[in-house]
Design a protein around this ligand. Sequence first.
Ligand code: NAD
Ligand code: AKB
Length: 317
Amino acid sequence: MKKDKILVIGACGQIGVELTLALRKMYGDNNVVASDLREEHELLRGSGPYVSLDVMNKEMLHVLVIRHNITQVYLLAAILSATGEKNPLLAWHINMQSLLNVLDIAKEEGLDKVYWPSSIAVFGPDSPKEATPQHTVIEPTTIYGISKFAGERWCEYYNHRYGVDVRSLRYPGLISYKSAPGGGTTDYAVEIYHEALEEGTYKCFLSESTYLPMMYMPDAIRATIELMEADSARISVRSSYNLSGMSFSPKEIAGAIQQRLPDFTISYEPDYRQQIAEGWPKSIDDSLAAKDWGWKPEFDLEKMTDDMLKNLKVQKN
Ligand code: NAD
Ligand code: AKB
């Protein structure tokens, strides 16, 4: 077991639950402190320490870091793309201030490492759509994307100026069955599996041919841990790494479900999230992550669909 003491902020969200459980396996249950604004998630209960925390309260966060001898922070609290468009100033405030609080405490306390995720949302309508490169036009048009891009610059700044070992990934849309997604544009790709099993039909809020980069949660958790475990000398990107898993459209994911559940039907009623999705890439070039720390995804649409349906069937029985 390693001696590190980890704080996960936003531990009850879609990524937080699975990441906390994975970190507890690696570092020991008592060495990973989970925290969130919300009540403790049922899958975390009894698995290790839990504290109620508002990351916007810098003093409270600072006391927590000192009291628990924290050496690494994973900051997952954020307002995602669809929710962000409903209250842009709030999304900007929360997404930026939470990061600045963590980076500044990391600097003051000399923390070993910080993890903070960015998103494919940093890219905008003028970025190349196919195999979007690591370094290219980055002009996000959603407040979520703007806050992620600004956050990337802050991460690089704290690394270059103060030596904070901060690492980051631009996650694609994440698909999982353990913890529900929290207000993103890619959430349809989770909802569709639930509705297919519960109702046999799904009304999609994106149009049938909207391609987006996506990733199954086990790949995202593994990527996060591999990045954080990599030797610091191998991390050439201190803003955020492009990361790719698979790409598909609503019509294609529906087709994959229909192969397994032939009676499943889908209809399309695009709403405001269509415009957000249209500003994002269709696929991502993650060759730098492959080169620097050996990233390679395992799940494609077929393998993910088998796993999602198998696990959701067990969960729903
Ligand atoms: P989520 O909304 O499911 O979870 C976020 C958690 O943070 C929630 O449990 C929420 O209660 C908590 N939180 C919110 N405000 C807080 C505060 N002030 N103090 C403490 N906790 C607070 O989000 P997620 O999908 O797990 O995303 C985690 C991170 O990964 C975010 O930065 C998100 O932008 C990024 N990301 C997610 C995806 C995805 O598809 N899920 C894709 C790209 C990037
Ligand atoms: C969202 O849709 O907002 C997230 C993301 C891609 O960052 N899933």
